[in-house]
Design a protein around this ligand. Structure first.
Ligand code: ADP
Ligand code: MG
Length: 385
């Protein structure tokens, strides 16, 4: 849905013009999975899929929220009533952002918000972060808060962690807030230092496909929390603040120190090797070498997520195995896992055969047809009008 449509929707709903229209994208993560809550490295880029919000300020302490994509009508909340854990609906994401801004001492006196999003929900492409960041950016502009992208990302993460109650890392919100068109974002999640890495795969005759399996396994939330707790246990046993502090060169020694803590050993091995893979991909892309060399690194990342971190699922493994069997240069699950999406790096000439093969494999397995689209690095959050 475009800026004009969302603006018109706002007028129909609230009977006045909005003060502006903003957009924030979903993201796909090229490499660096389950590293962001270990202070490690990630490398997402923004998708052309966006959440668009038309917003106007209010002065009476009321927040009105409406999503054009749901049938739930306008939610009306009082700012003074906003409390973590009080809202189990979609409104918790935007309301959580308002709560986090106010908690941080920013003067926000109310808002009317109408939004719509083309980011597929629950597909591991961060529809939730897009929703949070678009609201945060709009309020930052309208209330003249002067916050930078990374600061908005921190507040949005707090909204999701504390207000919504989802213990996610900082990658999604930072990607949505800070990505740039034509680039992947190399992000150090410890201090949020960033580097924009040019990524133009098409110039090399390559394509990056996103395959949305359209499944979400019910236990994803609880398992995410368990992995996170396991990583924290690993860091504590090894006497470091976060697993990011274990250098790749010291991995074997660290694993030996973990003795018979087999589960923790697997988690540690994934995180430390995954950080190394991010650095490898950055080095490859920056060296100007053939980007085909990135493929095997992606595939190695998948094996680590599947075998060591154990967050893949049969549908994701089927995408990866089928793609590789039909000429893909590399493939891996992306996002938290247990469903959601996979990415596939392929020669442009192989895309058609490969897409067909994945569809057929899904049909043969009795799975719902996957949704496949090409991903090109798009712009981060911005004002549209
Ligand atoms: P992901 O971020 O991977 O898409 P999440 O579970 O983190 O998955 O976020 C999905 C949730 O975000 C949905 O359940 C819904 O509450 C909210 N959401 C996403 N898109 C919209 C939308 N267009 N309108 C209202 N709520 C949305
Ligand atoms: Mg999310």
């Amino acid at each position: 849905m475009g800026a004009q449509e969302v603006r018109e929707g706002f007028v129909r709903l609230y009977g006045a013009e909005p003060e502006g229209v903003w957009a924030a994208p979903g993201r796909v993560n090229l490499i660096g999975e389950h590293t962001d809550y270990n202070d490690g490295f990630v490398m997402p880029f923004a998708l052309p899929h966006i959440a668009v919000a038309a917003v106007a300020r209010r002065t009476d302490g009321v927040l009105r929220l409406h999503s054009a994509d749901l049938d739930s009508g306008v939610a009306e909340l009082r700012l003074d009533d906003l409390a973590p854990g009080s809202d189990g609906n979609w409104t918790a994401y935007p309301a959580g952002v308002v709560w986090a801004l106010r908690e941080a001492g920013h003067q926000v006196t109310g808002a009317d918000i109408h939004l719509s999003s083309t980011v597929p929900s629950g597909a591991g492409l961060s529809s939730s972060a897009a929703l949070e960041v678009v609201v945060a950016l709009a309020l930052n502009d309208l209330y003249d808060l002067g916050l930078q992208g990374w600061q908005l990302a921190r507040l949005c993460q707090r909204a999701e962690n504390v207000y919504v109650g989802a213990p996610t890392g900082i990658m999604d919100q930072t990607a949505s807030a800070c990505c740039e068109e034509g680039h992947a974002l190399f992000l150090d999640t410890r201090d949020l230092s960033q580097k924009q890495i040019p990524l133009d795969l098409a110039a090399e005759g390559l394509r990056l496909l996103v395959v949305d399996t359209q499944v979400t396994h019910a236990h994803s939330g609880g398992e995410y929390g368990k992995r996170r707790a396991g990583c924290e246990k690993g860091a504590a046993l090894l006497g470091v603040d976060a697993l990011r502090d274990i250098a790749y060169a010291d991995l074997d020694a660290a694993l030996a120190r973990l003795g018979d803590e087999e589960e923790v050993r697997r988690l540690v091995r994934h995180v430390v090797t995954e950080d190394q893979r991010v650095e490898q991909v950055v080095a490859l892309l920056e060296s100007g070498a053939d980007s085909r060399a990135v493929g095997p690194v992606l595939t190695a990342g998948h094996a680590s997520l599947r075998d060591d971190f154990r967050v893949s699922c049969p549908e994701l493994d089927l995408v990866v195995d089928t793609a590789l069997a039909h000429g893909a240069l590399g493939a891996r699950m992306t996002g938290g896992g247990f469903g959601g999406s996979a990415i596939v790096l392929a020669e442009a000439a192989d895309v058609e055969t490969l897409t067909k093969a994945v569809g057929e494999a899904f049909a043969a397995a009795g799975y719902k047809a996957p949704r496949v689209f090409e991903a090109v690095p798009a712009a981060g959050a911005r004002r549209l009008s």
